[in-house]
Design a protein around this ligand. Structure first.
Ligand SMILES: C[S@@+](CC[C@H](N)C(=O)[O-])C[C@H]1O[C@@H](n2cnc3c(N)ncnc32)[C@H](O)[C@@H]1O
Length: 207
């Protein structure tokens, strides 16, 4: 999209993200409360989930295409009470992990941005143990048709400002159609509904 946009994406956006995502701090602990064992976090960002994992987490692998705010992220990793192993997302989107490895996969405010979100969720399902669980919190499409129409209208602008973020993804149906059975899902309104209609839940891989 041009040199200014590359600069925005690499140098400015990570700071915007860090500030914006800090607002959601209180929602992290309840989302991650059931994480346990060997955990994979998709879309690690700047590591804001790290202090909110419960004691049952033994180790954490993370995946993200971006390396941002490295010093801050390294400090957060050093303070974590479990080992953290970071991975850069491969270009083909295939997760660099064995099938059925993880007890828990977590994804927070990231399904909005992944270009082929269906394929990414299928990969998350592949690397989960059959009895493992996907824990998520995402912003998404409102069930109020008037708000959803505004989300559709504003989506092209959000795509640019948010470096690929979409306002109008229907989170529950997207998770289900990638081969998960939703165990629970709740809707939370944490600000203007166009941007902050949140869906928090847990899903099991279908056999
Ligand atoms: C809005 S941020 C959320 C960061 C973090 N999960 C949090 O809760 O603060 C979205 C993150 O998704 C990452 N991302 C974008 N495309 C991705 C992909 N295909 N797979 C995994 N992560 C991706 C971005 O680099 C960014 O770190």
């Amino acid at each position: 999209m041009g040199r200014f946009y590359d600069y925005y994406e690499d140098r400015i956006f990570p700071h915007v993200l860090e500030l914006a995502m800090k607002n959601f701090g209180p929602q992290r602990e309840p989302t991650l409360a059931e994480a346990r064992g060997d955990v994979l976090e998709i879309g690690f960002g700047t590591g804001l989930n790290l202090p909110h994992y419960p004691p049952g987490v033994q180790k954490l692998a993370t995946v993200d295409p971006m390396d941002a705010l490295e010093e801050k992220v390294a400090r957060r990793i050093a303070a974590a009470p479990f080992p953290v192993e970071r991975h850069k997302l491969p270009a083909d989107g295939e997760l660099p992990f064995d099938t059925g490895r993880f007890d828990t996969v977590t994804v927070t405010w990231t399904l909005c941005t992944i270009p082929d979100v269906g394929a990414a969720l299928e990969e998350m399902r592949r690397v989960l143990k059959p009895e493992g669980r996907l824990l998520f919190i995402e912003h998404g499409r409102s069930d109020d048709p008037k708000i959803a129409r505004w989300q559709d209208r504003l989506n092209p602008i959000q795509n640019v400002i948010g470096c690929g973020c979409n306002l109008n993804r229907a989170i529950g149906p997207i998770v289900e159609s990638a081969g998960f059975q939703i165990q629970r899902i709740e809707q939370l309104i944490e600000g203007p509904r166009i941007f902050a209609t949140l869906y928090r839940g847990a899903a099991l891989p279908k056999a």
